[in-house]
Design a protein around this ligand. Structure first.
Ligand code: ADP
Length: 153
């Protein structure tokens, strides 16, 4: 069984994240969208909301499941029997960060492979940070969000 973990904060999930998962569905038997949380960190949407958003988006995709974790990503993957990590690349800033993390995960995770998808051009400026800033400022962030998430917010 080929299992991939897509780790992130998903605060909240955007159309950019959704596109990465949809493109990865044909490659894996199971994709775990794993919300990493840290009790020290403040999030905009609480964990239950973020889970609900993701579950609603992938309600019609049986191979996609949602989970949460608060240990090292590589250890979480071992626990789940996942040999692949899924990440998206928007630009060179993402690349520089992801390059380091992918090597770290391969070492700690004993061969854990990170599979990268290039962000589609139309989504390459989408980020959860931008969405949070718009909502904080009272603007409309629906362009960046899956329709089901817009309805739930
Ligand atoms: P983190 O908190 O680890 O940065 P995020 O929830 O922001 O996690 O993102 C998780 C993953 O999704 C990262 O690999 C990130 O590069 C990718 N990602 C975020 N936004 C987009 C987008 N618009 N297009 C493609 N990939 C994206």
């Amino acid at each position: 069984m080929k299992i991939a973990v897509f780790p992130g904060s998903f605060d909240p999930i955007t159309k950019g994240h959704v596109d990465i998962v949809k493109r990865a569905i044909p490659l894996f038997d199971k994709i775990i969208v794993a919300i990493g949380f840290n009790s020290e960190k403040k999030y905009f949407f609480d964990l239950d909301k973020r889970i609900q958003f993701i579950e609603s988006v992938f309600a019609q995709d049986p191979s996609v499941v949602v989970d949460t974790y608060n240990k090292l990503t590589a250890f979480y993957c071992q626990e789940k029997g996942a040999k692949f990590l899924l990440r998206g690349l928007r630009n060179s800033t993402d690349f520089n960060y992801e390059n380091t993390i992918a090597h770290l995960n391969a070492t700690i995770g004993e061969g854990l492979e990170t599979v990268f998808f290039m962000a589609k051009a139309k989504y390459s400026c989408y980020s959860s940070t931008v969405v949070r800033e718009i909502i904080r400022g009272g603007g409309d962030a629906s362009l960046f969000l899956p329709d089901v998430v817009v309805k739930l917010i």
